[in-house]
Design a protein around this ligand. Structure first.
Ligand SMILES: N[C@@H](CCC(=O)N[C@@H](CS)C(=O)NCC(=O)O)C(=O)O
Length: 309
């Protein structure tokens, strides 16, 4: 077990996991990797998450962090040095993260899924992802759009190149931070799927040099853990979260409320629990599961809906 107690439920090709792994590298932390399935079912993940199926999920004892935004926020809170912020960039770093996780990630998926690595209709992976997104994919339309998406990718990557124009080593200065991790995982995803797509932009020399620098950061110190070990750790631990709801909650949420939490984009499975704590950036709910006992689940507020049951 890693001395930090960090357990990352993930799989190696998961782009969002790569975002967290880079942050673990920036902070040079030791962590345990628990490999979870790439598609449903996920019988050794759902007891921890109450139905949230996306990857990665971070576990520290009986505290379960769902979504990379809350995972990284918690890593920064528990392990502040070196910081994911490089200076006066706390707001803009999260705005860059949201851009990377939504429009940039969507473009990355579109160029990959129709750019020479097109998945085959009817295979288990595609069927799983169609369920995740709640719609049938129109593969012909995606393939037709792929050249147009490449133009958009070039425009977005052009912003990265401009950001590096003054010779800085990383996006917001001399040190790597959240903006680098969030931007980089998309590029690593495209490169993993099809290096030809990533190498299609000869005018982006500074971006390619930056890509190599971020890659060199590595992933901190990783060890392997089984799903059973992780579930046993949750069962034997107690959450550290204390009841503390924000008195300025816009809709009057308070500790003890029965609520559901769900993503507002894709994979909208509702997780039910009892409200423990809130802030503008965080919500924690408690729930009990027969396998792991009492656990506390943490989600970000941006990108999620919290509803009273
Ligand atoms: N907003 C989520 C997105 C996570 C996400 O979409 N993860 C992908 C893998 S990289 C996923 O869960 N795909 C479905 C699956 O693995 O079952 C986050 O930041 O963690």
């Amino acid at each position: 077990m890693a001395g930090t107690g960090i357990i990352l439920h993930q799989y190696d090709i998961s782009p969002f996991s790569e975002k967290v792994r880079i942050v673990l590298g920036i902070k040079n932390l030791d962590w345990a990797s628990v490999i979870q399935p790439v598609i449903m079912p996920k019988p050794d993940l759902l007891p921890l998450t109450g139905g949230y199926r996306k990857i990665p999920v971070m576990q520290i004892g009986a505290d379960i962090y769902c979504d990379t935004a809350i995972i990284i926020r918690e890593l920064e809170r528990r392990f502040p040095e070196p910081s994911i912020y490089t200076g006066a960039d706390k707001g803009i770093s999260h705005a860059i993260e949201f851009w990377a996780d939504h429009p940039l990630f969507t473009i990355a998926c579109d160029v990959i899924f129709s750019g020479g690595t097109a998945p085959v209709r009817g295979n288990a992976f595609m069927e799983d992802r169609e369920k995740l997104f709640g719609r049938k994919f129109d593969l012909e339309a995606m393939a037709a759009n792929q050249p147009l998406r490449m133009e958009q990718l070039r425009a977005h990557l052009g912003w990265v190149e401009s950001q590096l124009a003054d010779g800085r080593a990383f996006l917001l200065g001399d040190k790597p931070g959240l903006a680098d991790a969030a931007t980089m995982y998309n590029l690593a995803f495209i490169r993993w799927a099809n290096p030809r797509l990533m190498d299609a932009f000869p005018d982006l020399a500074k971006l390619y040099a930056w890509e190599a620098r971020v890659k060199a950061i590595g992933h901190g110190r990783r060890s392997e853990m089984t799903t059973a070990e992780a579930l046993d750790i949750a069962e034997g631990a107690t959450s550290i979260e204390k009841p503390a709801t924000d008195p300025r909650e816009p809709n009057g949420l308070k500790a003890g409320d029965a609520v559901t939490v769900a993503a507002d984009d894709y994979g909208r499975d509702e997780v039910a629990g009892t409200l423990v704590s809130t802030s503008a950036q965080h919500v924690a709910i408690a729930r009990r599961d027969p396998r792991v006992g009492d656990v506390t689940l943490h989600f970000p507020r941006a990108g999620f809906f919290v509803k009273k049951r």
